[in-house]
Structures are given as C-alpha cells and as structure tokens.
Design a protein. Structure first.
Lengths: 281, 310
C-alpha cells in the first residue's frame, strides 16, 4: 500500500481570525501588548519577557520541518464518539466544532519530513483540537507513526502539547497510553532515536509517553505534570495546590535532558540528528 | 454493618431492629428476611455512580485480605532498589493451591496511620518501580505467573512525587508487564482509576468484581475538569461506562466475578473464595500456553484497543 496516496499539504486553516490578527496580543506573563505580526515573527515568543505562547500543529511543523518537505500520513484516521458521551456539550458536537475550527480530524498531525536535511518521522499533538487530548484516533495516529519510523528506520520526533487523556473516550483513552508506550519501547529496542519535545502544557498520560524519549527536550516554561491544574486542585484536599512542575525544576531533578528556548529548538534537533546519522553501525 | 452508603439508608431502622432483637434474645429470622428483601430492592437497580460508591466501601475486602485468605506461605518482598519502599504497593510470592504465584497489589491500609502512609492507595514513583522490579523477578527468575489486585485511586499527585519522577516511573510496570514471559492476570477488586490502575492491568486476562469500576479518571476528578464542578460526578459516572458490566460488553475485560446482593462488604468470605476460584481456573488455561505466546497475546490485545474512523 502506498502510504502517501492520500498525502496532503499541511493544514493552512487559520486558528486566528483576521479580526484577531489586527488586535495586539497581551502577554500572559508580563502583561505587555504585542502586535500579532511581531509575535509571529518572534516564533510566538514574547519579545519582552520570553514567554512562550502556544503554537498550533501547523506552526509546529513549519517550525521544525524544512520548508515544503512535510507530507502527512494517516489522514484517514478520525476521532469518533463511541460512548455517546455528553458533558457541557455532547462529544459529537465537540468533535464537530474542533474539526471546523482547526481543519484537523484528531489531536495529532503525523508524517514524514526533512529536518536540517535529514529524513525523519515527525508528529505533533494539536492543543487546538480538544486540548490536544489523547483519544483513540490520536493514539492510533501516534502509534502508526512510531511503527512507520521503525519500519523505515527513521529517527522519530514528536512534539507534545496535551492536557492528557481524553475523558470523553473513557477507558479507551487510558489504554492508548499503554499502546503507545509499548510501541515506543519496541522502536527504541530496534535502535531508533526518539527525540521527545515537551511544550506547554504536557499532562498526565501524555507526559508519561513523552518521558519515553531517548532524548527528552522541554521548551522554556513548559508546565509538565502527572495531573492538570484542575485535577491537582480537586485531589489536593483543603486547596493545598501542588505547584505544577515547570521544565526548569524538572531538569534539576534529572528528568529532562535539555530545556531550550524555542529559537534554538530546531537547531538542537538537527544537532542530534547529525550525531545519530554518524553512528557507527 | 458499620457503614451504610447513602442509598442504603432505608436499611438503618432494620439494622437497628436487628440489633435490639439480638440484645433481647428474640428471634431475628423475620428481621433478617426484611433486610434481605430491602437489599434486593436496592441492589437490583444500581446506578453507575452507586456502583462506584460500593467499590470504595470501607468494609470491602482489601488486597491484603485476598492475600491472607487465598495464598499460603506468602513471602513479602520490599523496595524498588533505587529510592524507597512504597507501602501502597504490596508484592511477594505465595501459593494459590498448587500454583506458585507472584502477587502484586495496591494497599489502602485499615488504620488511619496505615491509610496515611499508603496515601489511601495512591501510588508513588517508588511503588511503580517496585512493581517493575518484582514483575521482572517473576518473569526472569522465578518463572511464576503474576496476579495483580487493583484497588487504587491512582498515581499520587504531589510535588514530591513529581520530583522523584512520577511521570516517568508509571511506564516501568507497564513495559515490564508487556514483556513478561509468564501468564498475567489482573483483578480489579475495588476502584481502578487512571494511570495507577493502568500500570497494573496489562494482562492476558482482566477480571473485575461485579461492584468494582475501572476508569480513565474518578467521576469527581472528571467533573472538576469537564464542568469545573464536582457536583456533576453522578451525571458523569453514567457517561464514563466504567462498570464491570460495561467493560465486559465492550471487550476491554474478560470476566466478571459475581458478588451477592449487598456486595463484597457484606459477603467477604464468599467473594474472596469466588475470586480465588476465578483466578485459579483462568491460570489453569493460561499455563498451557508458552511464555512468549502469552507476551505476544498481550501486545496484540493492547495494540488493537481504540475506536476511530479510518
Ligand atoms: Zn511577556
């Protein structure tokens, strides 16, 4: 089967409307106003304080992949509501809205690209699609990407940006964590390089998956934790809120290899790919 | 009966009557029958939320009760060899009749002191790493089947646990169970929540007690995330499809162990015995397979899980 049969160019759907584009953005960290054009030019990093704004899946791919080299795979895998789930809105509606707003069919975009001239399998979680949460379709796409990388002996780069398991898919969502963890292990055992990139935020089971990288990189200020903030508040009695762990404190505890500024993310990945390419076989 | 759940309150006067009659040395058969009828009424029409409350009933048998009653010569093993020994995980080797088994289970504690040291059953990084070590010991060295008893509110959420690598530790028992070349049986005996429960559940056969549940998140936790309102727990419980019956129907688990009317908290011995019988009969089947095949079966089983359009 030709995996590229259904290939399509990376989603160009704007998450930001024209109206919003005209308005300046207020930095969540320092409170200063920044024009959208300026923010975009600076890779969505606040030019005053260095706060890293969230990126969409499309922006991520454009940041890491060499220009015009990305071809998407497994676009036919789409999120569905299997439990007839309803919270504030029905899950069916939530999926529909997310699809319309983002042009995506799940919270993962996966494919093949060149990064600094090196062929690689690349995937990213899309926070803009239901909080980047890990549902069955997302889990299946990530698993297939790992298997794709293993089969073709490609290095694997995955960018995480996710609130954790997708509650609306119940136990199926939890099981994706196990499925992916095994796939990664099998990939690594075959000698593959998995560069894992944790961005703001990476929570719960997705954080556990992200920690399976051979090299684990986090963006500056990324919030990384076994639970999201609301759950932490619910679990901690009497509102003793455990401070969510930021990348900077986790690296001190030996959990990460590198914390990088977004401006250096791609060059860091490329250096690793270069070293991997020089391995003595 | 020490503790009645909210939906069992109609039993209160009956239990009082029973106690009084016992004190006055009057016959109690009629009162007992009335209690049984009332229980029948309550238990024949339970909502998923009520099932989750039964699963957490303080009088339900704990992992330690199953170990004490079912396994002879149980030898407990401690520690992760890296940092510490999580009391929320009990592990060791014992005999179920003629089969030597490695047992791993979550522990909630009976006394307040125990409950606090076990964090009410929430697992710390050293607990996950201890499990992985014992699983490997079973697979590589003792070549014994593994049985896990799941009764946990999940992984511990605390700054301290994060610093010790909670997010990384969880994957260790998951991988160890995937790779174990021995039969693995997981039994959910009470609450099975989130990554904590997942880490002990990678098995060839997953068994659940009738009034236990296995969920991506607690109804309370889910309600605070989705609604920012804990009071929506009841509504969410019906949506999560987390009861043994739900999970058997959608093929996630393999077998439901029956509990009599009134639940395991009122029928401790019966339920413990039924659990032992169920584990034994499943093991008899699994022990006919070779270790590598059992491992492949587990990998294949989890690879297939997920519902999506393609
Ligand atoms: Zn700023």
């Amino acid at each position: 089967m030709n995996i590229f049969k259904r290939k399509k160019k990376i989603i160009k759907v704007p998450i930001v409307t024209e109206e919003e584009r005209a308005k300046p953005v207020r930095c969540k960290s320092c409170g200063r106003l920044i024009s959208y054009a300026e923010l975009k030019k600076n890779l969505k990093v606040c030019p005053y304080c260095g706060y890293h704004f969230r990126m969409t899946a499309g922006e991520r791919i454009n940041l890491i992949a060499d220009e015009d080299t990305f071809s998407e795979i497994d676009t036919e895998v789409k999120a569905v509501d299997m439990l007839n789930f309803k919270d504030v809105v029905t899950y069916k509606n939530r999926i529909k809205q997310a699809k319309e707003r983002t042009g995506l069919d799940s919270a993962a975009v996966t494919g093949k690209a060149k990064i600094g001239g090196f062929d690689a399998a690349i995937g990213t979680f899309a926070f803009e699609f239901i909080g980047g949460s890990l549902g069955s379709a997302t889990g299946e796409k990530i698993t297939r990407l790992i298997e794709y990388a293993k089969k073709r002996e490609l290095p694997l780069v995955i960018v995480f940006s996710s609130g954790g398991e997708r509650i609306q898919e119940g136990i199926y969502s939890l099981m994706q964590v196990a499925k992916i963890i095994y796939a990664i292990d099998s990939f690594k055992e075959s000698g593959g390089l998995f560069i894992s990139i944790l961005t703001n935020p990476t929570y719960c089971g997705t954080a556990t998956i992200a920690m399976a990288g051979n090299v684990v990189i986090a963006e500056k200020g990324a919030s990384i934790s076994i639970s999201g903030p609301r759950l932490a508040k619910q679990v901690a009695k009497k509102n003793i809120l455990p401070k969510l762990e930021q990348a900077e404190s986790l690296i001190e505890n030996g959990l990460l290899d590198i914390v990088v500024d977004r401006h250096l993310l791609k060059s860091t990945i490329v250096r690793l790919l270069k070293y991997y390419n020089r391995r003595r076989i | 009966m020490k503790y009645l759940l909210q939906f069992e309150r109609s039993l209160e006067p009956l239990y009082k009557e029973l106690e009084e009659r016992k004190k006055e040395e009057k016959p109690t058969i009629y009162t007992e029958k009335k209690i049984q009828q009332e229980l029948q009424k309550i238990y024949s029409n339970l909502t998923p939320y009520q099932v989750s409350q039964i699963a957490r009933h303080p009088d339900r048998p704990h992992t330690t009760d199953y170990i004490n009653a079912l396994f002879t010569d149980f030898l407990e093993l401690h520690g992760d060899r890296k940092f510490g020994d999580d009391p929320a995980i009990i592990a060791g080797i014992g005999n179920l009749r003629d089969i030597t088994i490695t047992v791993i289970g979550s522990r909630r504690g009976y006394t307040l002191k125990d409950m606090l040291s076990c964090h009410y059953g929430m697992i710390q990084p050293e607990g996950f790493r201890k499990m992985a070590r014992i699983i490997n010991l079973a697979s590589h060295t003792f070549k014994s089947p593994i049985v896990t008893f799941i009764d946990t509110p999940g992984a511990l959420v605390s700054t301290n646990a994060e610093r010790k690598g909670q997010i990384e530790a969880i994957s260790e028992p998951i991988l160890a169970l995937f790779k174990a070349e021995v039969p693995v049986i997981a039994v959910v005996i009470g609450e099975g929540i989130g990554l904590g429960a997942l880490s002990m559940s990678i098995a060839n056969k997953i068994l659940m007690l009738k009034y236990s549940f296995f969920s991506v998140i607690s109804a309370e936790g889910g309600a605070s995330i989705l609604y920012n309102d804990k009071r929506k727990s009841e509504e969410l419980s019906s949506n999560l499809k987390f009861t043994a019956e739900n999970l058997l129907n959608n093929g996630i688990i393999d077998r439901v162990i029956d509990e009599p009317i009134g639940g395991a908290q009122r029928n401790r011995e019966t339920v413990i015995k039924a659990t032992g019988d169920a584990i034994y009969s499943e093991l008899e089947m699994l022990l006919k397979e070779n270790g590598n095949k059992l491992k492949e079966n587990r990998i294949e089983r989890y690879r297939k899980i997920g519902i999506y359009a393609d």
